[in-house]
Design a binder for this molecule. Structure first.
Ligand code: GCU
Length: 664
């Protein structure tokens, strides 16, 4: 198995009804419209047929020789959409543009490789999210912030890498519909500040061109203080004429060098990064200054809403980090230029295993919005624990904000339906690195695969996506499929069970965000507290507390505000409760903590037992690599269980009803 090909490994032979006769690809597309994407579409088909069937496809231009697979443009279709169909043994892939053709090719190959037949074939899809983006947190020295699968394959020793792996990356990303990627960390420091200058422009262009050949727009994260660091100005004030002129000049330069650059991602006034606050200006002032400079080039400014005070005093019970994104941005709704998109994390804190949906969704009504999720498993097991996140993302997308009578879900908002927007979509903090299998844990690749598929077709279920990924990666074997599917589909719940309970989050080692440390964040400056004492636990975010619950529209606000109605899984996020509080499940808080922690470990034990039965069915290298991680997860889940259970037993003195072993 060629692990670096991940789900595009064509080395496993395939028998597919109707494929036997296909021996050619015909390009029925006017020559002046045949770009790199068309070339890459053809190459992909050739590569696949050679690998899967051992057959060389011949390539023809024009309609005449069209008796195998025919690529054609059809006007009137939606951008990036495809239509693939069989007629008299011939397969036609049509689209309005070359991205659609490429997506049609990947859809055809996926169909064939997951058990579909070609006779009567009919596949037609248009992407639901306009932007389907990966955010890489790669640093130019080759390290990756929150990277769990090796080093960067974009950067090494302050240089940009463009090589075979770049092409494979682009193929993998495009095959699941990714159409934009930010290659550098949002915390832009050191060499990365210079990515927009002559030092790197030629290499950025080379990379942007490789991406472009797969329908992926390259984006860069910007250092807001670049006018000072690069331009030697003494300010980065967004209202200063000098600063504005500097950005205009710098944008003119970089877009002349890299005309297909998509735009920029900016983390400003957050966790020590510079921003407009220094000058008493707003985020709208900052974003609009950049948007104006980027507008002539059709580029976008993606501005992150992850802004909070990270110097909080834990004694201060009034300040609530959960409110900060909302409080910082809600007053700016309607002030951003149209090429600005606000990128909003799925929850108000920071990618915990369970959080409520960010309250800006459904409150912003005049601003372009993008949902940011994290497939890098920073707080969800760091790609050593398996944690398939697509079920979580689906829940977030399905959340009703009540912003409108219909089309009011997060999915509606970020796909542009609610407010008729085009500059919107979904971004994921990427989980890739230079490990042979890209994602460290082989099963973590399901999150990369799944994110793209979900952003393209959010109507797919998490199971459907998982099945596809399993078949493409490990072939068509019922036992493999059933086992892997079971593991993936139970993994988020298992992880949640043995982690911090009932939506409270955090309880991790502050430095690495890995492993249990119940009070790890309790007296820190990060605004992330559980406030447990011997009587109760949780943060009062109701109207009587920080008021956070009331930021939502009705009926969400009333539901969250009321301890009797708030869903169990978020109850400690919204309320401080006694350990003896009866949950809707009928259990007390303390018994829930004990039960879920024992159950979480049992779920992992079951996963591992099932996984071991696949020993003879998986490539040995992959089996061993996964087994090692599963065994670690098994141990580590116990550590979580025992530390959390002991902590609460010691605090409360309340014994487990079922008399299981808890360390006193
Ligand atoms: C988290 C993460 C940081 C990251 C930040 C962000 O706090 O731990 O590494 O920089 O999120 O999203 O900007």
């Amino acid at each position: 198995m060629a692990f670096e090909q991940a789900w595009l490994d064509y080395s496993r032979k395939l028998s597919c009804e109707g494929a036997g006769k296909i021996a050619s690809v015909s390009i029925a597309i006017p020559e002046d419209r045949q770009d790199d994407l068309i070339g890459n579409s053809v190459t992909e088909l050739q590569r696949a047929f050679l690998g899967l069937f051992g057959r060389e496809l011949s390539v023809h231009t024009g309609t005449k020789a069209c008796d195998g697979i025919c690529l054609a443009f059809r006007e009137g279709m939606q951008a990036e959409a495809y239509h693939v169909y069989e007629d008299g043994g011939k397969i036609t892939i049509e689209a309005a543009d070359s991205s659609g053709i490429l997506y049609g090719v990947f859809a055809l190959l996926c169909h064939m490789r997951t058990g579909g037949s070609l006779s009567g074939l009919e596949l037609a899809k248009a992407p639901v999210m306009p932007m389907r983006m990966l955010n890489h947190w790669d640093n130019m020295d080759g390290s990756i912030e929150r990277g769990y699968s090796g080093e960067s394959f974009f950067f090494e020793d302050d240089e940009i890498l463009v090589n075979d792996r770049t092409v494979t990356y682009a193929r993998l990303a495009a095959s699941v519909g990714i159409n934009a990627a930010v290659i550098n960390n949002v915390n832009v420091k050191d060499a990365a500040t210079w990515l927009i200058t002559e030092r790197y422009a030629d290499k950025v262009r080379e990379l942007a061109d490789v991406f472009g050949g797969y329908g992926i727009r390259l984006y860069l994260s910007l250092n807001y203080a670049a006018p000072m660091e690069v331009g030697r100005l003494n300010s980065a004030d967004p209202l200063s004429e000098e600063v504005r002129a500097w950005w205009k000049k710098q944008m003119a330069y970089i877009f002349q060098k890299v005309p297909n650059l998509g735009g920029f991602l900016i983390k400003a006034d957050s966790e020590g990064r510079p921003g407009p606050f220094t000058y008493g200006r707003t985020h709208a002032d900052g974003a609009n200054m950049l948007a104006e400079a980027a507008l002539p080039y059709g580029a976008k400014i993606i501005w992150r809403c992850f802004v909070y005070n990270c110097q909080q005093d834990w004694r201060d019970e009034k300040t609530d980090r959960a409110r900060s994104g909302y409080d910082n941005f809600i007053g700016l709704d309607g002030q951003f230029l149209d090429n600005v998109i606000l990128q909003i994390k799925n929850g108000p804190m920071d990618f915990q295993v369970r959080e409520p949906v960010h309250p800006l969704f459904g409150r912003l009504t005049k601003t372009n919005q993008m949902l940011e999720v994290q497939i890098a498993q920073e707080y969800t097991g760091q790609q050593r624990h398996v944690c398939y996140l697509i079920p979580m993302f689906r829940e977030i997308l399905a959340f009703h904000t009540y912003v409108a009578k219909e089309h009011d879900t997060v999915e509606d908002i970020v796909s542009g339906r609610t407010f008729a927007q085009k500059n919107c979509g979904m971004a994921a903090v990427a989980n890739t690195g230079n490990d042979e299998n890209w994602t460290g844990h082989d099963m973590a690749a399901a999150n990369w695969y799944g994110f793209g598929r979900l952003a393209f077709e959010p109507e797919l279920t998490a199971e459907e996506i998982a099945k596809e990924w399993i078949r493409l990666t490990f072939g068509m074997d019922e036992e493999v499929e059933e086992t892997m599917l079971h593991i993936l589909m139970t993994s988020w719940k298992a992880y949640e069970n043995y982690n911090a309970p009932l939506g409270i989050g955090w309880m991790v080692n502050p430095n690495f965000h890995y492993g249990p440390s119940v009070d790890g964040y309790e007296y820190s400056r990060w605004g992330t507290y559980h406030r447990a004492d011997h009587l109760g636990i949780g943060v009062d975010r109701s109207g009587e507390g920080t008021g956070y619950a009331l930021l939502y529209r009705e009926p969400n606000a009333s539901v969250y505000n009321d301890k009797e109605r708030c869903p169990d899984e978020l109850i400690l996020f919204f309320h401080h409760l006694p350990y003896t509080w009866k949950l809707k499940s009928g259990k007390t808080v303390i018994q829930h903590i004990y039960d879920t922690h024992f159950e979480g470990v049992e779920m992992v034990d079951e996963m591992v037992e099932r996984f071991k039965k696949l020993q003879d069915k998986l490539p040995q290298k992959a089996y061993q690599r996964m087994l090692e991680r599963f065994l670690h997860q098994k141990e580590h889940a116990r550590e979580w269980r025992d530390q959390i259970n002991s902590y609460f037993y010691r605090k409360t003195g309340i014994a487990d009803e079922k008399g299981r072993k808890i360390y006193g």
